[in-house]
Design a protein around this ligand. Structure first.
Ligand code: ATP
Length: 505
């Protein structure tokens, strides 16, 4: 029995008791009716809940109309959410209110009355311009007629604001991703293919290994293009749309390197930022990390790096929580890492861990055939950049070829940019190059009067030296066989561009 039915029953009982008393009916009969009344009353009191009190404490607004659509109740939340005072709606029909069109837009009461079912919609109070999710439900009487319509009003303005914020964040993220793509394209160097056999072969290696996740160790003197090749690996990898974080291990002070790499929790150490800091490894997660100048990494950190690579997880300084890592590692160095390892300055286990695919870039003097290619490439690039049209004088390229380029491709790029900027004449003269490269007199001769004989002698010399190195697998033994001193052979090798280390057994 519903509470309503119980109340009706109580009324009936009161009527009956009164009637029996009037008719002076039997006392036991009256007493029995009174007992029934008391029992029913008890169950009603037991279950009694103050609907109004509860309703006024609801977070959502409640609006109730009768079966004719006349407002009979609104709770306090309704007035708070809509800004509509209860006196503006009480005892008025929804039809009247909506025809007036001053208070509310999108009410569902009329539709509930017409369609006789639960209806949800978005309503709006015209008094405070706030939007609500309104859900109206009909309550039927025992004859199937609508007795009440109960409307629930949920304020969704905050939800809408959040939705807008998410939308803004999404469009910012898309814009930022586009910008990163654009900046990456600008920053990543164009790569010029080499004419030299060994360096040419590296391009094939890169094609093969780039889409895999193997660790790569790129070695070579400063300016030989290690970063350019690391960029090429990244750009051809399956991670090209993910982060690419480059760290120069030699440029960050040893005491800061650990916190830069692994991050820290707030208050992890005295100078730590209050907010804590995300480490570069964490930043590169799912992408690629380039550890440049890895040969300069302090031993203590080498141990930690090895652990990170093995366990594929990091822990911020001062934290006990581990973060899973999914990272592709590219390391580079201009040090002879093998030698560093043998001397005990680089950990053996880390060396083998990072050296899965070794890529060695020869110095420019070991790939002299590339000098003219690069010279023309840089001249074109900087002519374009500075709106010039310089060309090399006959003989200038010979000067460039004869020069040792200790700073390798970077040095050449800088030299040519400088010439393009400062040269007022349309031709790059031999004299200018000689002065710029601080060449000695003998070097100068080489450029101006390059004799066919000199080239021939050098080529012949190269063949003999390479053959001896190949045969003996040691610079000492090769020097002995050629009957010259080891320093003299080493000097010769450097001049003609032969790397004797390539022939060591
Ligand atoms: N194959 C190449 N194609 C085009 N440019 C190149 C190439 N190799 C090197 N360069 C140029 O040489 C410059 C130096 O290259 P990069 O910075 O990659 O050298 P690195 O070996 O990483 O030097 P370091 O060891 O000093 O960091 C680059 O700015 C780039 O312009």
């Amino acid at each position: 029995m519903t509470d309503r039915e119980k109340i009706i029953k109580l009324h009936e009982l009161v009527g009956k008791i009164y009637e029996k008393q009037q008719k002076q009916a039997d006392v036991t009969e009256i007493k029995s009716l009174v007992d029934t009344y008391n029992e029913l009353y008890e169950t009603l009191i037991e279950n009694y809940l103050d609907f109004k009190e509860i309703s006024d404490h609801l977070f959502d607004g409640i609006y109730v109309s009768d079966g004719e659509g006349k407002t009979i109740y609104v709770n306090e939340a309704y007035s708070r959410i809509t800004g509509i005072d209860k006196h503006l709606v009480l005892n008025r029909t929804v039809k009247e209110i909506s025809q007036e069109g001053k208070i509310y837009q999108g009410a569902v009461t009329m539709r509930v009355l017409e369609e006789r079912k639960r209806i949800s919609s978005i309503g709006k109070s015209l008094l405070n311009n706030r939007e609500h999710l309104v859900t109206g439900s009909p309550i039927m009487d025992e004859h199937g007629e609508i007795r009440l319509v109960v409307i629930n009003n949920r304020d969704i303005t905050e939800l809408r604001d959040l939705e807008q914020e998410i939308c803004n964040l999404k469009s910012h993220r898309i814009k930022a991703a586009e910008e990163i793509k654009f900046l990456r394209k600008q920053l990543s160097n164009e790569i010029i293919e080499s004419q030299e056999v060994d360096t040419k072969a590296i391009f094939d290696v890169i094609e093969t290994i780039a889409p895999t996740d193997v660790s790569v160790l790129i070695t070579g003197e400063s300016g030989t293009g290690k970063e350019v090749f690391a960029d090429a690996i990244f750009n051809k990898s399956n991670r090209k749309d993910k982060p690419f974080v480059k760290i120069n291990c030699a440029a960050i002070p040893a005491e800061l390197l650990e916190s830069e790499l692994f991050g820290y929790e707030k208050g992890a150490f005295t100078d730590a930022s209050k907010k804590g800091k995300i480490g570069l490894f964490e930043l590169a997660n799912e992408g690629t990390i380039l550890l440049d100048e890895i040969g300069d990494m302090p031993t203590k950190l080498q141990i930690k790096l090895l652990r990170v690579l093995q366990n594929k997880e990091i822990m911020r300084l001062g934290s006990t929580e581990t973060i899973n890592l999914d990272i592709r590692l590219i390391a580079s160095t201009n040090k002879d890492l093998h030698k560093e390892m043998l001397a005990g300055r680089f950990r053996k286990d880390l060396y083998y861990r990072i050296n899965v695919v070794p890529i060695h870039l020869k110095s420019l003097r070991e790939r002299k055939c590339d000098i003219i290619v690069f010279a023309n490439y840089f001249l074109e690039r900087y002519n374009k950049k500075y709106g010039k049209n310089l060309t090399f004088e006959k003989g200038s390229l010979k000067i460039l070829e004869a020069y040792d380029w200790p700073g390798n491709i970077r040095e050449m790029e800088n030299v040519i940019e400088r010439i393009v900027v400062v040269n007022r004449e349309p031709v790059i003269k031999v004299k200018m190059l000689q002065n710029l490269l601080h060449l000695s007199d003998s070097d100068k001769d080489e450029g101006q009067n390059t004799s066919g004989l000199k080239d021939e002698v050098e080529r012949f010399e190269t063949q003999i030296i390479e053959k001896a190195l190949k045969q003996h697998g040691s610079i000492n033994k090769a020097a002995k066989a050629l009957k010259i001193s080891q320093p003299a052979l080493s000097k010769k090798c450097k001049r003609i561009g032969v790397n004797y280390k390539d022939y060591l057994l």
